[in-house]
Write a protein that binds this ligand. Structure first.
Ligand SMILES: [Zn+2]
Length: 173
């Protein structure tokens, strides 16, 4: 059976990943809508209107997957992702569209992307995925943590400050 170590080093994946991201966003440009258009009351309490206006989303039947990601998700047995963030846009599976906490999760990735810059975000996400696996991927752990707090807390907090705090604590920024 193939192993993750048989894959190319992460440094070689960054340039093709960025090309694929540009290509994918261009292909979906007309379908991507501002997140601010969604009727989600809670998102507005946790995320700034600037972020919700500048971030776009699209509901899709199948999440677009970059070739290396498709390979990795197959190797790890992850069947179908519910969402994927690319720069300032994200895709959510149509049957998960009404899950407000999923939007919160993807917005965390948008903020992480901003805070780290594209190359560092991709390098960290991909190398964590390769070396630690999805469950221990530091960027995912932060996204799931904020998503969980978003779901459970009664009192809204500034999610963008919270994300920066967790990123600093993990020495990612
Ligand atoms: Zn995630």
């Amino acid at each position: 059976m193939a192993t993750l170590s048989a894959l190319p080093p992460v440094s070689l994946l960054i340039a093709p990943a960025r090309l694929w991201i540009s290509y994918t966003l261009a292909r979906h440009r007309s379908a991507l809508r501002p997140v601010a258009e969604l009727e989600f009351p809670r998102l507005r309490q946790f995320f700034s209107s600037e972020l919700l206006t500048s971030t776009r989303y699209e509901a899709v039947d199948r999440i677009p997957m970059a070739p290396p990601l498709r390979l990795w998700s197959r190797l790890e047995g992850a069947q179908s992702a519910a969402g994927l963030t690319l720069r300032d846009a994200y895709f959510v599976r149509r049957d998960e569209l009404q899950r407000e906490d999923l939007h919160a999760h993807e917005l965390v990735h948008v903020v992480q992307w901003r805070l780290m810059g594209e190359s560092a975000f991709l390098r960290t996400w991909l190398s964590d995925e390769q070396d630690r696996g999805y469950d221990a991927n530091r960027l995912e752990r932060i996204a799931y943590r904020v998503q969980d707090e978003f779901l459970k807390t009664a009192r809204p907090f500034d999610a963008e400050t919270r994300i920066a705090q967790l990123m600093m604590r993990a020495a990612l920024i």
